[in-house]
Design a protein around this ligand. Sequence first.
Ligand SMILES: [Zn+2]
Length: 257
Amino acid sequence: MIKTKIQKFIRLINIALYKKNLPDQIVVYFHETEQVEISTIQDIILFFKNMDYEFVSVSKISKNFGTGKKMFSFTFDDGFKNWENLIPLFNMYGVTATFYLNSVFLTDEGNEIFMRNIGLDNESKIINQNIISDLVVHNHEIGAHTHSHYKLSNLEFNDFKREVDNNLTLLKEFSPEIESFAIPFGMSRYLKKDQIKYLTDNFQTICFGEAGMLFSQKDRSIQRYPWQIGLTFYQNLINLSTDTNFFNRLTKRSGLG
Ligand SMILES: [Zn+2]
């Protein structure tokens, strides 16, 4: 079964390589990981392992941009209970990943605003402290994603700062060094200039989520591709291989659908 899968993917690689090379360093992101995502993630691991990619955290891949080293980072945003299903899968293949967590659900403030902000309808899907500890025990990286997931460009500086600082304080109880920050909703147009400065002063790396930008990585400003379950594996590969940097700069929008 796995062998057939690999053969199918090798055929796809050839088509992809014919069009354009995949980036040497690839960062993708997911949110919830239900069965369909888990199965897709296993396909991704098999495919990129076969292409000699190493699976590393964002902090590690960010130190290797521009080198010829083939590295792949899985990242996950917000904080879902079903991330626990990733732990055995990642153990099996020796994968290290980065998890960008919000934190209001670690307090007694109530989850209504957070759930509204991320469009979640079921509170029982939110991650708990045990699973976060388990991710840390298994050497995965914890990154910051603000306390309650507001669109940051809508916040006054003091509210923005509180969203970042509270998040950092709560996450440090699990992992003393939080080096990386992923902005809610991913687009750089959701950040103001003074906010970018504050984030740059407080984090090693800031992650964005605009597709088509993987050929334009910078050490401290990282572009991630949203792997799309609704597309075929092949279409996702083509997207990974497509450079839309020029289009994004021009329009402040992603060049990929
Ligand atoms: Zn998010």
